[in-house]
Design a protein around this ligand. Structure first.
Ligand code: PMP
Ligand code: GLN
Length: 385
């Protein structure tokens, strides 16, 4: 096939293949244990898989309504009201999406205009910045306190100005595992009161919070909720990252804008899976058991590294754990992660890729959503270093 003969003026000249794709490929090529890309190493509930099967066999195989299956939106509304004390109208304030990535892209492209500033908190999940750039917006980066990964709100405040259109937050936080507290949310509320700022709150790990902490959804804070687009994903909650179904919650007037873009990007999400989630979501224990399930995994993983030269600061949420390797090597994290994959057979994610300036903290991200024997095998190789 001959290549395109003319100059391509790329819309995203700096973007390369995502680190998750790169590291998973490298792990496969070297037969390494893959603790890089975040996905569970175990299967979803057989009952959930059976429900999808049931609805496919029943013939629910055509387009779902544009905003999503009503029954699923209704159950999400009930669940959100029960957990966070705020009721979203399934008719006008909830949309089912093809995963959280689409919900994030759609939110940004529906609401960010040419030259609008969008505050992105780094280290940041990889899809925020490119979506802002494609929308013509200007990413403005704020750095979390290195090591503790907390927000210094008086520093943060300095970034806000009349051009600020959006602030993107993510709690529990990928990649650091830090979580925002009620006090953080109150500070954000105070900073944004009486402004036109919209908050995009990425809460895909809402059910993976440890040590008795409660997830502080923006939905718990009505003044924040009235300016927020909340994004969540069933992939994290039900061990089904490959099914790519998520949702967005927002006030009706913001959701109307969201749907204008949603209907022309995916139109609607997978039908039989929406039916299955609508049933399965009623089994509350399936998501309420996640904190203890993943806390055990975190503790198991971290215990394996006790006494090693990796420095562990226990993750407070998500299924990721950061390990600092500065006592082992002074190599760049990208080089070190590659070398561990090729030479030790364990793949991880170098944290510098979550910074636009590739800031180095000699830290790697490991996904502990794996069977214990896999975690044990990985640790066995690494603790020797
Ligand atoms: N936001 C964060 C913070 C994530 O970690 C991920 C994926 N792990 C997503 C969004 C995307 O979720 P989805 O797979 O549902 O698109
Ligand atoms: N969110 C997953 C992670 O952080 C990756 C998803 C992807 O590959 N885009 O590892």
């Amino acid at each position: 096939m001959p290549t395109y003969p003319n100059l391509i003026a790329s819309k995203l000249p700096a973007v390369q293949t995502s680190i998750f794709t790169v590291m998973s490929k490298l792990a496969n090529e070297h037969n390494a244990i893959n603790l890089s890309q975040g996905f569970p190493g175990f299967d979803c509930s057989p009952d959930l898989a059976a429900l999808v099967n049931k609805y496919i066999k029943k013939g629910f195989n055509q387009y779902a309504p544009m905003p999503g299956l009503y029954e699923l939106r209704r159950v999400i509304s009930e669940k959100t009201a029960e957990l966070y004390s705020l009721t979203y109208d399934p008719e006008t304030e909830i949309t089912i999406t093809a995963g959280a990535t689409q919900a994030i892209f759609t939110t940004i492209n529906a609401l960010v205009r040419e030259d609008d500033e969008v505050i992105i908190i780094e280290p940041a999940y990889d899809c925020y910045g490119p979506a802002v750039e494609l929308a013509g917006g200007k990413p403005v980066f704020f750095q979390l306190h290195p090591g503790k990964y907390t927000i210094n709100w008086s520093e943060f405040q300095k970034l806000i100005n009349p051009r600020t259109r959006m602030i993107i937050i993510n709690t529990p936080h990928n990649p650091t595992g830090s979580v925002l507290s009620a006090t953080d949310m109150q500070k954000l509320e105070k900073l944004t009161n009486n402004s036109n700022i919209i908050i995009l709150s990425d809460e895909v790990y809402e059910h993976i919070v440890f040590d008795g902490l409660e997830h502080q959804s923006v939905a718990r804070f009505p003044k924040l909720a009235q300016r927020s687009m909340i994004v969540s994903s069933f992939g994290k909650t039900f061990h089904t990252t490959g099914w790519k179904i998520g949702y967005c919650l927002a006030p009706a007037n913001l959701m109307a804008e969201f749907r204008k873009v949603h209907q022309y990007t995916v139109f609607s999400a997978n039908t039989p899976i929406q039916y299955a989630y609508a049933d399965f979501l009623q089994r509350k224990d399936e998501y309420l058991k996640l904190p203890s399930f993943y806390q055990e995994k975190r503790d198991f993983f971290n215990k394996l590294f006790e006494g090693s030269r990796f420095k562990i600061d226990p993750s407070a949420g998500t299924y990721f754990q950061l390990l600092n390797y500065s006592a082992i090597s002074q190599e760049k994290d990208i080089d070190f992660a590659r070398r561990l994959t090729i030479e030790q057979g364990v793949a991880s994610i170098p944290v510098s890729v979550f910074y636009h300036k590739m800031t180095e903290n000699k830290t790697l991200r490991f996904c502990f959503a794996k069977d214990n024997d896999e975690l044990e095998k990985a640790a066995e190789k690494l603790i020797k270093l």
